[in-house]
Design a binder for this molecule. Structure first.
Ligand code: NAD
Length: 353
C-alpha cells in the first residue's frame, strides 16, 4: 500500500493487517498505531464502506485516535482499531465473528478489541470464544466491563459541564441549550444525564423517530438531521459519525462550545484552528470520550491480572476527564494555540512520538 505510506493518516503505524477469511466472508483491517504504553487497544467497527480505501482510512485515523485517547486517559495501553468491512445489508454472522476472533488471537495480545459502531456485547462474547484479548464483555453487577457506551456518555457529561464552566462561567446546566447530533448509545446517554440537570435539549438523528421519541421522553425538541448543526445553542454535541467539522460544518455552527463523543470530529487538524478563530471552545474528542475505554480496559487488565474489578474505580477515573480538559484549555488560553493542537502535543509526548 505505498499510497498510504506517504499520507498523513498513515502516521507511522506499527502494524496494519488486512485479514480475509474465505469460508466466512470476513474482510477486516486491524491497525496498530502504537504499543509504546502497552497492548494496542480499541474497538472494532462493523460498517459498510462503498470503497475499501475509506475503510482503511477510517481504521488508520481511528487507531491513531486510540493511541492519543488511551495515553491522555493515563491508561497503560497503546492504541489500535479494527474495521470489519460489511456488505450493503451489513450482514454479520457468527462465523465472521469467530474468524475475526482468530485474527485477534494470532496477534498474541498485541491488540485488544472491544465494541465500536455496529458491534454489541453479544458480538464480543462470540469473539471471546476464540481469544482472551477482548473486552466489553457482559459484567456482573458492581464490576467494570459491559457496553462502554454509558461510560463514554458519563465522561462526556462531565466534560460538557467543565466546558460550560470554563466558557460560560456557570456551574449549573439549568437552561443551558445543548444541541445533540445522534441519539444512540452515547448521545442518548448524554441527553438523559443533561436532562436531569435541566439542560434545554435539541435532538437529531438520521433515524427521525428515534430523535422524536427521545425528545418526548426528555422534554426536548427534535429537529431533522440536516438542521442540527445550525441550531442556535450554547453547546453543540456531536455523537454520531466523524469528520463533521469541516469548513462548511464549522460555518454553520451557532454555538459557544463543541463537546461530544464522536471520534475524529475534525475533518483535518486545521479545522481546530478554524473553531478557535471563531471563538468556539472545542473539547478534543479523544479526551472527552475516553469513558468507555477507561471502563473496558480496566475490565481487561483486572481479568488478566486476576484482581477485583470495582466499577467505582472506573467512575473515579472517568471523573478525571474534566481536569485533563481543563489543563488543555488553560494551555490553549495561555499559548493562543487551538485546543486540538495542545492535546495532540501532550498525547504525542506521552507515546514518544
Ligand atoms: P450508535 O450506533 O449507538 O449511535 C449512533 C447514532 O447516530 C445512531 O442513532 C445513528 O442513527 C445516528 N446517526 C448516524 N449518522 C447520523 C447523522 N449524520 N446525523 C444524525 N444522527 C446520525 O453509536 P454510539 O456507540 O452512540 O457512538 C456514537 C459515536 O461515538 C461514534 O462516532 C463512536 O465512534 C463514538 N464513540 C463511541 C464510544 C462508545 O463507547 N460507544 C466510545 C467512544 C467514541
Amino acid at each position: 500500500m505505498p499510497a498510504f505510506w506517504s499520507e498523513p493518516d498513515w502516521d507511522e503505524h506499527e502494524r496494519v493487517e488486512v485479514v480475509h477469511d474465505r469460508a466466512s466472508g470476513l474482510t477486516a483491517i486491524i491497525a496498530l498505531h502504537s504499543t509504546h504504553l502497552g497492548p494496542a487497544a480499541g474497538g472494532t467497527r462493523f460498517w459498510h464502506y462503498e470503497d475499501p480505501e475509506k475503510g482503511m482510512r477510517d481504521a488508520l485515523r481511528l487507531s491513531r485516535g486510540m493511541s492519543y485517547k488511551n495515553a491522555m486517559a493515563g491508561l497503560p495501553i497503546g492504541g489500535g482499531k479494527a474495521v470489519v468491512l460489511l456488505d450493503k445489508d451489513r450482514t454479520k454472522t457468527e462465523a465472521m465473528l469467530h474468524a475475526f476472533g482468530d485474527a485477534v488471537e494470532a496477534l498474541d495480545g498485541r491488540y485488544v478489541t472491544a465494541e465500536d459502531v455496529g458491534a454489541t456485547e453479544a458480538d464480543m462474547v462470540a469473539i471471546h470464544t476464540r481469544t482472551e484479548h477482548v473486552c466489553g464483555l457482559p459484567a456482573d453487577e458492581g464490576d467494570a466491563g459491559g457496553d462502554p457506551g454509558p461510560f463514554t456518555a458519563m465522561g462526556i457529561y462531565h466534560g460538557i459541564k467543565a466546558a460550560v464552566a470554563h466558557k460560560l462561567g456557570t456551574e449549573s446546566m439549568k437552561g443551558v441549550r445543548v444541541a445533540l447530533q445522534g441519539c444512540g448509545s452515547v448521545g442518548g446517554g448524554v441527553a438523559r444525564l443533561l436532562a436531569k440537570d435541566g439542560a434545554e435539549l435539541t435532538l437529531a438523528d438520521i433515524d427521525d423517530k428515534r430523535a422524536a421519541a427521545m425528545a418526548q421522553e426528555l422534554g426536548g425538541t427534535a429537529v431533522s438531521a440536516d438542521q442540527i448543526m445550525g441550531v442556535a445553542c450554547d453547546v453543540f454535541s456531536p455523537n454520531a459519525l466523524g469528520a463533521i467539522l469541516d469548513e462548511e460544518g464549522i460555518a454553520r455552527l451557532d454555538c459557544a462550545i463543541v463537546a461530544g463523543g464522536a471520534n475524529n470530529q475534525l475533518a483535518r487538524p486545521l479545522h481546530g484552528q478554524q473553531l478557535h478563530d471563531r471563538g468556539i471552545l472545542y473539547a478534543p474528542d479523544y479526551v472527552i470520550n475516553a469513558g468507555g475505554i477507561i471502563n473496558v480496559s480496566y475490565e481487561y487488565l483486572c481479568r488478566r491480572e486476576g484482581t477485583p474489578c470495582d466499577i467505582n474505580e472506573v467512575r473515579k477515573r472517568i471523573a478525571r476527564i474534566p481536569g485533563r480538559l481543563g489543563e488543555i484549555w488553560s494551555e490553549s488560553d495561555a499559548s493562543g494555540k487551538p485546543s486540538n493542537e495542545v492535546a495532540d502535543a501532550m498525547a504525542q509526548a506521552l507515546i514518544g512520538r
